[in-house]
Write a protein that binds this ligand. Structure first.
Ligand SMILES: Nc1ncnc2c1ncn2[C@@H]1O[C@H](COP(=O)(O)OP(=O)(O)OP(=O)(O)O)[C@@H](O)[C@H]1O
Ligand SMILES: [Mg+2]
Length: 393
């Protein structure tokens, strides 16, 4: 798939901009702070309904404006779609697909698929486990948009169960919580069941995804980095499970999947029963996919804390390239976005990366220094200067 048009109103630094795009490579270049990343951030927002740079939408709205609009025309083999997103700080966003308002913004997920690689991705390797969980969940949603609902369900149940733990624990009791302990415990039982059910579905999907991703990560790491590998990834549950899950088989059958969800549900429920006392003491939920981890290792050593800067960067890149491989398998290519990537790489890695992505259906590249972009990636060029975007092709 590819974008044929991107139009922004009051998004980030842009009062208004309208760009016609073609398949193949498009390079946006210009000095620092000119708004290159702002453009690709808007593209990725259409695909994910989130920014890769900030957790909330407020910074996306141009200073002084009260809302921002992103319009994107997406072409794929089956249709042409126009997505329009109105970002309203403090209120729900409004999303239209082919001019028809959507009841829930997340119904638009899947219309555009992107894989974005940006300097922020170093946090995938060096950052907190939450970064890696988000990476997995975002990829799940890109693979199958229904997981947006699964994830939202889990987050909701987790919030409610945590609130209950807080009010039932010693701190809550001190505030004069009048519910009898018995009543609270039986309510908690109900929430344990909800959490285990929603959690099992999410974590089994993540485990399955990690199994599918693994060979691609190993291959991409060697391909782009030429670094001494192997780079390996492993999903680690936050609680004990009776048997090591066979979840990693990429070609699991439907019934195998249902069995694994059931087993994970039971294991999580048992784990919750075991940790309940400490949960009540601390007022936090101690078991479930929100505490799981994606272990990354290079040559058997944990990447976080051990890998060199170059190795960490290569590993982050490998995770994105692996995502791209997985998303394009048997389907149309997602739009590949390389934000400021080449500046970070030496000449060998630049060329290897360029060779790996040159055949993607559409690649959007940003670079402060155009010469950093390997010659293999040629196509449309836009330059940004003084807030003006010029077609330099
Ligand atoms: N909400 C906003 N309102 C107005 N301006 C904004 C807003 N958010 C960001 N900007 C401006 O946008 C600019 C940053 O744009 P962007 O991150 O796209 O730069 P860039 O071209 O990618 O730079 P670099 O080469 O350093 O990565 C900054 O000057 C910033 O002040
Ligand atoms: Mg930038």
């Amino acid at each position: 798939m590819y974008l044929t048009r991107l139009a922004l109103t009051d998004f980030r630094s842009y009062p208004s901009v309208d760009i016609a795009l073609r398949p193949g490579v498009t390079i946006f270049s210009g000095p620092n702070g000119e708004g290159k990343t702002n453009l690709v951030e808007a593209v990725a927002y259409v695909a994910t309904l989130a920014s890769h740079r900030v957790a909330h939408d407020a910074p996306l709205i141009r200073q002084g404006a009260d809302r921002a609009i992103i319009r994107a025309s997406v072409h794929d083999a089956t249709r042409d779609a126009l997505v329009e997103i109105e970002l309203n700080p403090g209120r729900a966003n409004r999303v239209r697909l082919n001019r028809a308002p959507l009841t829930k913004p997340r119904e638009v997920l899947g219309v555009l698929r992107t894989v974005l690689f940006a300097p922020e991705d170093l946090a995938l390797v060096k950052g907190d486990p939450g970064e890696r969980r988000r990476f997995l969940d975002d990829l799940l949603v890109a693979m199958a948009p229904r997981y947006a609902a699964v994830r939202a369900d889990y987050d909701r149940v987790l919030r409610q169960r945590t609130a209950l733990l807080k009010s039932a624990g010693p701190k809550g009791a001190a505030k004069g919580n009048r519910q009898s302990r018995e009543a609270v415990m039986s309510t908690l039982d109900v929430w344990d069941a909800h959490l285990a059910r929603a959690g099992a579905e999410l974590l089994v999907a993540r485990e399955h995804l990690v199994g599918a991703l693994r060979p691609h990560v190993e291959r991409a790491y060697t391909a782009v980095a030429g670094e001494r590998g192997p780079a390996t990834i492993e999903y680690k549950r936050s609680f004990q499970s009776p048997a090591p899950s066979a979840s990693s088989a990429p070609l699991a059958s439907e019934s195998g999947h249902a069995d694994r969800v059931k087993a994970a549900d039971e294991a999580l429920r048992a784990a919750l029963a075991e940790v309940r006392d400490s949960e009540l003491d601390r007022g936090v939920c101690l078991a479930g996919p929100h505490r799981d981890e994606l272990d990354l290792a290079v040559r058997g050593l944990p990447a976080r804390g051990y890998a060199s800067h170059g190795e960490s960067w290569s590993l982050a890149l490998a995770l994105r390239l692996a995502s791209f491989d997985l998303l394009r398998a048997g389907r149309e290519d997602p739009v590949l976005i390389l934000d400021d990537v080449f500046a970070e790489l030496d000449a060998g890695r630049r060329d290897r990366l360029a060779a790996l992505v040159a055949d993607a259906e559409q690649v959007l590249v940003t670079a402060a220094v155009p010469a950093d972009v390997p010659a293999l990636l040629t196509g449309a060029r836009f330059t940004l200067s003084g807030g003006e975007l010029t077609d330099a092709a």
